[in-house]
Design a binder for this molecule. Sequence first.
Ligand SMILES: Nc1ncnc2c1ncn2[C@@H]1O[C@H](COP(=O)(O)OP(=O)(O)O)[C@@H](O)[C@H]1O
Ligand SMILES: Nc1ccn([C@@H]2O[C@H](COP(=O)(O)OP(=O)(O)O)[C@@H](O)[C@H]2O)c(=O)n1
Length: 215
Amino acid sequence: MIIAIDGPAASGKGTLGKRLADHFGLEHLDTGLLYRAVARVLLDQGTPLTDRDAATVAAENLDVSHLDDPRLRGAEMGEAASVVSAYQPVRDALLAFQRQFGVQEPGAVLDGRDIGTVVCPQADVKLFITASAEERARRRHRELLNRGEETDYETILRDIRRRDERDINRSTAPLKAAEDALTLDTTHLDADETFQAALVLVEGRIPRNQDLASR
Ligand SMILES: Nc1ncnc2c1ncn2[C@@H]1O[C@H](COP(=O)(O)OP(=O)(O)O)[C@@H](O)[C@H]1O
Ligand SMILES: Nc1ccn([C@@H]2O[C@H](COP(=O)(O)OP(=O)(O)O)[C@@H](O)[C@H]2O)c(=O)n1
């Protein structure tokens, strides 16, 4: 069984993805980390993010065993990821790994921007997680402060808006809800309430008496 979660920056996709994966005994992949890791290679090399060929080489040779590097979660990496993720050859290079992750047994939860539309169009359940830009900026602000990153709310709000616009308007795999996705606005929901609401949506799509993990 595959659960696809898409949505804009800092909407809570990863938090929800992990909760759902734990609940159903599935593996979880935060696909944003792949794009962040490609960006990390360029930044570490001192290569401009506008160098499409270098970004493609980085994606083709990506070492996916270091996705737990806390540096990937920083604001600079999120912004840089949204630049390199707009290059079609970069997306092509990362596609097979994501698809393979999706088809493992007993199943997987993937979150990102194009999971329901491109990576796993066959997903059993597709969720599109949103929240107002202001609420998302508040969440990311709190998260970055907790990580010890120096930052202010207004800068984060501006970055989030710019990144959303880039992700929505790019020509390749833009951020959008799949036609058969269920949208959940979490502006007024905390992480627990979001999980409970998502569970209702997932179970509405997959009858309770079915063995979810064996789908
Ligand atoms: N429903 C929620 N309400 C409040 N904070 C949340 C909620 N969901 C996630 N968060 C927090 O918001 C931040 C961003 O969540 P995350 O799951 O990383 O989002 P995304 O994967 O969409 O970028 C994290 O610090 C997380 O703990
Ligand atoms: N499936 C995906 C996941 C991320 N991305 C890109 O990678 C950037 C970082 O993604 P992320 O999910 O880590 O970002 P946050 O929502 O955590 O801020 C996004 O702004 C997108 O440009 C993508 O294009 N496709």
